[in-house]
Each structure stands twice: as structure tokens, then as C-alpha cells.
Design a protein around this ligand. Structure first.
Ligand SMILES: [Zn+2]
Length: 98
């Protein structure tokens, strides 16, 4: 009974983390691509300096990495989950994730 409840909590927690991670990837891609587009056409909206666009990409990627380190961990053992967004089982502790 206790074990089953724990498993459900892990599944719920993982689902939440997965949703957050997908949103974070979408936001990161958006800003990195936006910076790349503006880099080619800096006059589309308003004038960006190329170093500002470069900084924007670095800051976006750094924020993403920090967020990932905090969010993308196993709900059971708190170890990092690697690059697979559809992970089914934690390799570190064997917890079923979905
Ligand atoms: Zn684990």
C-alpha cells in the first residue's frame, strides 16, 4: 500500500518535471532562434548590436542549463536524468517514471 502511493507520487512528480522541461526547451529554442534570426537581419524590429544578440544566446542557454540541473532530476533519487526527455526508468535507482 505504502509502496504503491510512493510510486504514484514519483509518476506525478516526473510528469510535472517533464512538462516543465518541455516548456523550458521551447522557450530556450525560441530565444536562441530569435537571436539567430535577428543576427542575420538585425534591422527587422529594431537595431540590436551583435554582441547583445550573442549575450542573449549565452544567457538563454546558461539559464536553461541551470534550470535543467534543478528540474531534470529523478523524483526518487534526485540524480540527473540525462538527455532523454521520454525516460521510462531511472538508470540510477531503477524507479519507474512513466
Ligand atoms: Zn532515480
Amino acid at each position: 500500500m505504502m509502496q504503491k502511493k510512493d510510486n504514484n507520487q514519483i509518476l506525478q512528480e516526473f510528469h510535472l518535471r517533464q512538462s516543465r522541461q518541455i516548456i523550458a526547451i521551447a522557450i530556450t529554442l525560441f530565444f536562441v532562434l530569435l537571436a539567430a534570426v535577428l543576427y542575420k537581419r538585425p534591422d527587422v524590429f529594431w537595431t540590436f548590436s551583435k554582441s547583445a544578440l550573442y549575450s542573449m544566446q549565452i544567457v538563454t542557454i546558461a539559464a536553461f542549463l541551470v534550470f535543467t540541473a534543478y528540474n531534470w532530476t529523478c523524483p526518487s533519487c534526485k540524480k540527473g536524468l540525462g538527455s532523454d526527455i521520454n525516460k521510462r526508468v531511472c538508470k540510477k535507482c531503477g524507479a519507474r517514471l512513466q
